[in-house]
Design a protein around this ligand. Structure first.
Ligand code: SF4
Length: 190
């Protein structure tokens, strides 16, 4: 059932008319991945490589925040790398990436999350956090351990270079919280 779902996602072109180009669904992980990581949407670079976090955000996330190498990060037994949408949605009129299409979450992501037997979730960025914890303040979520589906859930700010100000304004994130998060991840991946 899980494999069939993944094959269907890889063939999906539901948003082609809205995007104005052929969607390129990015799917990474397996049914037993220990960590389900959910961010906003693939970047243009990732939509070309079809490998998540092969962009500047990925460098920060993997090497500076998690402090793990690609061998660990891309091991599908370790990380299921999802987002609010599987495809890069194109640019908005200000030159930023468009919001992820909402239909993808209902159509695919919800079903994936029901089937994956993960230990913890990592939610990346305020937009994704709003979907999972609509009533909670984003900063509060980052600095505490949360529960989603009765599983430990970590919330991170987006590691994009565009988010440097948030990181600078919250030094406790790098100095304290990231150390706690690395301990949790190391424990789960042991
Ligand atoms: S974003 Fe999701 S629903 Fe839209 S084309 Fe890609 S996989 Fe399909």
């Amino acid at each position: 059932m899980f494999d069939k779902l993944i094959e269907e996602i890889k063939k999906c072109n539901y948003c082609e008319r809205d995007f104005g180009f052929t969607p390129a669904p990015v799917v990474w992980g397996n049914k037993n991945s220990k960590i389900v990581q959910i961010s906003q949407a693939p970047s243009r670079i990732v939509s070309e490589t079809l490998k998540p976090f092969t962009d500047p955000s990925g460098k920060t996330l993997k090497y500076e925040w998690y402090k793990i190498d690609d061998e660990v990060f891309y091991n599908k037994d370790n990380f299921y790398i999802a987002a609010l949408a599987h495809c890069y949605p194109g640019k908005d009129k200000n030159g930023g990436d468009k919001n992820p299409p909402k239909c993808c979450f209902e159509r695919w992501i919800k079903k994936e999350l029901e089937l994956i037997e993960n230990d913890i979730y990592i939610i990346i960025g305020a937009k994704a956090a709003k979907v999972f914890f609509p009533q909670e303040n984003f900063e509060d979520l980052v600095f505490k351990n949360n529960l989603y589906n009765n599983k430990l859930t970590i919330v991170l700010p987006h590691p994009s270079p565009l988010n440097k100000k948030w990181i600078k304004d919250h030094p406790d994130f790098v100095n304290i919280r990231l150390k706690e998060i690395r301990t949790i991840i190391d424990e789960v991946l042991k």
